[in-house]
Design a binder for this molecule. Structure first.
Ligand SMILES: [Zn+2]
Length: 203
């Protein structure tokens, strides 16, 4: 599902090939579908070049975003009918699922760290130097510091439980927070594998 222009493509290529050759089956939940549809619309619109900003011009951005969403849904349906991905249908009610996620999120506070950020565009600096050119806006003002809260959010935990309901043996993510769930009795022998960030991916 990753395009070849995606920064993670080369790292994930062996896994994609295993899915393509049916060596492994990827589980694809409707929760992933929900998040991806929203992300595709937002990215397509926010990354398009600015050409005026009038109401009608803003409206004209809708159609190209919907083309991408339709293509995405079509590919997922095709992969599902080819049995290369599995869309699980958990028997649990939505109420029970959410109450399970609430119980779990209360157990994992996560971490408090500090981060440097640009006083102009407020983006976080990748490096921690006091004076560095902002990688986002290019400004060379001294960076400021703030607290950063890193934890598994509700959607992260929902993904983990969706994987558990589908009895997946390995859960892959680029989010390091998931490694906290390794050994959690709620997930049994399910393993959380973290895909490292390639150097060219902007976080
Ligand atoms: Zn900046």
């Amino acid at each position: 599902m990753l395009g070849s222009q995606d920064g993670f493509y080369s790292t994930c290529k062996p896994l994609i090939e295993d899915i393509e050759s049916k060596k492994v089956v990827a589980v694809f939940s409707y929760l992933t579908m929900l998040e991806t549809i929203h992300t595709l619309r937002r990215r397509k619109i926010e990354k398009s070049s600015f050409t005026g900003g009038s109401r009608s011009e803003c409206e004209s951005k809708k159609a190209p975003a919907e083309v991408i969403v339709r293509d995405f849904v079509r590919v997922i349906r095709e992969l599902s009918s080819q049995q290369k991905i599995l869309i699980p249908r958990p028997k649990m009610t939505l109420f029970d699922h959410h109450s399970t996620v609430v119980r779990k999120i209360k157990q994992y506070f996560g971490y408090i760290r500090t981060m440097s950020y640009c006083p102009i565009c407020e983006s976080g600096y990748v490096k921690r130097d006091e004076k560095i050119k902002c990688p986002s806006c290019g400004d060379e003002k001294e960076s400021l510091k703030k607290y950063q809260y890193k934890a598994l959010g509700h959607a992260d935990l929902e993904h983990a439980f969706c994987a558990k309901y589908a009895n997946v043996p390995v859960f892959y993510s680029t989010d390091k927070s998931f490694s906290d769930l390794n050994g959690d009795p709620d997930f049994g022998s399910m393993r959380f594998e973290i895909i490292p960030y390639p150097a060219q991916v902007n976080r």
